[in-house]
Design a protein around this ligand. Structure first.
Ligand SMILES: [Mg+2]
Length: 470
């Protein structure tokens, strides 16, 4: 079962990806390597009812052990933090203009065990960007950050669109380099994918000032568009030709039922239009922010109103800050913790690190209002947000870089444990030895020991509950 357009629209002008859209899909697309790993993770994810059964049998470690190709490079015997995790936006936080932000590499090392607590901390990536397969993007990220990133810990803007393959037959896919987004869509399982290039190849008058290059002409597929009903439009990635893409999207929005070349009399029978996110601007290599997909969306909606003399066009956006994207992230993180870190329960706290108040911080805060666990928003100064301005949505904390964000989260966890263990006593009365960031069971031999500067505490005065249970 897949949600229909009507069902999705009932959620409001921008969609909250319904739960039911996330929990189906035939296992028909298996590849190798990263792709297989992603598919395997998602298949398992889909088969679970995470609300009712928090990851397997109570108290036991996971019985499944599909160690994915994305295993972090970490000392094998380090314990894993079992009560908290991190989630990262990418552009403006870890990467800018195709290059890693210098502190990002150190931040990743810290999460992978190179920290004063002697812990590994689970993490996932949640970006609105896209335009490549998840597997390809993970390979890029692995190289840039000097770690191994698995698709099983990665969500990009168009990832949730894979859940809509059953809803539509023929779809128009817009954005990205060359044929890449057609390939991504076909990889998701969309059965009949058309690109703007196909439409221009069929009728070059569609876009008077946009001519296909020889390569584009040869890649584009000749169709008889008089017979083709386009059932939905998906903007997968940023447009490389705004004028041409806007023209074609408007043509379809104003068409009779999705047939190119027709013109509706009522302008209310075009196909639904989905965007993989709604960020108006994003942080690229330029000193100032650049226009993003949200700007294209805004233009299309405004132009539609103009050319139809007042009709409204309701389009739909995925990605952050949509709640559905964070729900998707929750389940991915839970599965990742189970498979990769043997953490058999949801984390109490997820630290989300982002650079865009309107999507990262807004989404995290909104999701926190309804989530059972604590989603803790951290804003960094390396991207869209600029110091001296007032963020439209307030984070719990603002720090300079992603490394500061990781340090802040770990320190915050440590202080929480310390307060809990002190039972209300002043912290300086608490023995700091044998204290870790981890869970409930007694201290084991692998438990990291923290030597604190407060040395006036009696040895063994307190036995803080700790240890990773592994
Ligand atoms: Mg960003």
């Amino acid at each position: 079962m897949t949600a229909t357009e009507k069902e999705i629209k009932e959620g409001g002008p921008v969609v909250v990806v319904p739960e039911r859209m996330m929990v189906q899909r035939a296992k028909t697309h298996h590849g190798t390597g990263f792709a297989a790993s992603l598919e395997s993770a998602r298949s398992e994810l889909n088969a679970m009812d995470l609300d009712e059964n928090p990851l397997g049998s109570p108290g036991g470690s996971s019985s499944t052990s599909p160690v994915t190709p994305g295993s972090p490079v970490t000392p094998a015997d380090l314990p894993t933090a079992d009560t908290f995790a991190f989630a990262f936006d990418i552009d403006g936080v870890l990467i800018r203009g195709g290059r890693p932000i210098p502190e990002a590499i150190e931040a990743m090392k810290m999460l992978n065990g190179e920290n004063e607590y002697g812990m590994k901390v689970p993490y996932i990536f949640l970006t609105n960007g896209g335009g490549k397969t998840e597997a390809e993007r993970c390979i890029d990220l692995s190289r840039q950050l000097d770690i191994e990133v698995s698709p099983a810990q990665f969500i990009c803007g168009h990832t949730p669109m894979r859940e809509m393959v059953e809803a539509y037959g023929t779809v128009l896919v817009v954005g990205g380099e060359g044929e890449k987004c057609r390939q991504v869509a076909e990889g998701y399982g969309f059965r009949d994918v058309i690109t703007p290039g196909d439409i221009i190849k069929d009728n070059a008058d569609t876009t008077p000032f946009r001519k296909l290059t020889k390569e584009e002409h040869s890649n584009s597929k000749k169709r008889n568009f008089g017979e083709v009903k386009i059932e939905a439009i998906f903007v997968f990635a940023d447009s490389r030709d705004w004028a041409g893409d806007i023209q074609i999207i408007l043509d379809l929005a104003m068409s009779k039922g999705g047939f190119i070349g027709t013109l509706s009399e009522t302008f209310d029978e075009g196909p639904p239009i989905y965007f993989s996110h709604n960020d108006i601007v994003w942080s690229a290599a330029h000193d100032n922010v650049r226009l993003g997909m949200g700007a294209l969306r805004k233009m299309i909606e405004m132009l539609f109103k103009d050319v139809t003399k007042g009709k409204e066009l309701d389009t739909i956006a995925f990605g952050k800050p949509q709640i559905g994207t964070f729900e998707f992230a929750t389940r991915l993180l839970q599965q990742w913790r189970k498979d990769e870190h043997r953490c058999n329960a949801p984390p109490d706290t997820v630290y989300f690190v982002g650079d865009t108040p309107e999507s990262d911080i807004r989404g995290t805060n909104q999701f926190n209002d309804k989530s059972k666990n604590d989603w803790y928003s951290i804003l960094v100064r390396t991207g869209v947000f600029q110091e001296g301005t007032e963020p439209a949505y307030k984070p719990r904390v603002t720090v300079d870089t992603v490394l500061d964000a990781v340090k802040h989260g770990m320190k915050h966890e440590f202080n929480k444990k310390l307060r809990a263990a002190s039972g209300g006593l002043p912290l300086h009365t608490l023995a700091m030895r044998n204290f870790s960031l981890n869970g409930e069971t007694p201290v084991g031999t692998k438990t990291p020991i923290l030597e604190m500067s407060e040395s006036n505490t009696p040895e063994g005065a307190s036995t803080p509950a700790v240890a990773p249970g592994q």
